[in-house]
Design a protein around this ligand. Structure first.
Ligand code: SF4
Ligand code: SF4
Length: 199
């Protein structure tokens, strides 16, 4: 039987992680959390999360970077803003979830074979390159990178969508893509907030 370690040690902490997250716009109130649990109680998805929103805040504050970035929680967050509206300390928990998602992609630390981070990354890349997404290609990339076997189980659905014109095989793009790209990347070569994953 595999025994999973649940104890967290001082050596697991990555000092400075909380300060870095607090520097992200919208995340600066993180330390004001009183651990009341309102966010976890109101969150419609917390029953599916490995760490509830309250625990995510506690882990970030204590610099448990790897536990936070490897958790499924940030990727299950549906950005419904219920927690942000109800938080008695006006902590923008949804923005913190976004900040953690960006950080996870940038660091390349996210649950492997979990489709949502792969989808977010491919979506951002496609918008940056073409100005819009082609659903067919996006779904194909998602399946190939996250779980290629799922293609086999979904071929009938995909075929039906193509027949009704919902899925097109032609790659779609906007005109004047370079203008959009320079808006997103900025003149001095930034990446417009789209995180670049470490190789
Ligand atoms: S509702 Fe706000 S104060 Fe309460 S645990 Fe969640 S983040 Fe902390
Ligand atoms: S924004 Fe995310 S964490 Fe907050 S209640 Fe909605 S799903 Fe839960």
């Amino acid at each position: 039987m595999k025994i999973t370690r649940t104890i967290k040690y001082e050596s697991d902490r990555v000092k400075g992680f909380c300060d870095e997250i607090m520097r992200i716009p919208g995340c600066d109130q993180l330390q004001a959390c009183i651990q009341c649990g309102t966010c976890s109680g109101i969150c419609p998805l917390s029953i599916y999360m490995d760490y509830t929103p309250r625990r995510v805040i506690a882990l970030v504050r204590s610099d448990f970077k790897n536990e936070v970035l490897r958790s499924h929680t940030v990727w299950l967050c549906a950005s419904c803003y219920a927690c942000t509206v109800e938080c008695p300390r006006q902590i923008r928990i949804t923005d913190i979830m976004y900040g953690l998602k960006q950080r996870a992609i940038k660091e390349g630390i996210y649950p492997r074979n979990f489709p949502i981070p792969v989808l977010a990354k491919e979506f951002s890349k496609m918008v940056l390159r073409k100005g819009r997404i082609t659903e067919t290609l996006l779904v194909m990339r998602l399946f190939l990178k996250a779980n290629w076997r799922a293609v086999l189980g979904s071929w009938r659905l995909g075929f039906g969508l193509m027949r009704t014109g919902r899925f097109v095989l032609r790659s779609e793009r906007i005109e004047r893509q370079s203008e959009l790209r320079s808006m997103l990347t900025g003149k001095n070569g930034g990446n417009g907030g789209i995180p670049k994953e470490k190789s």
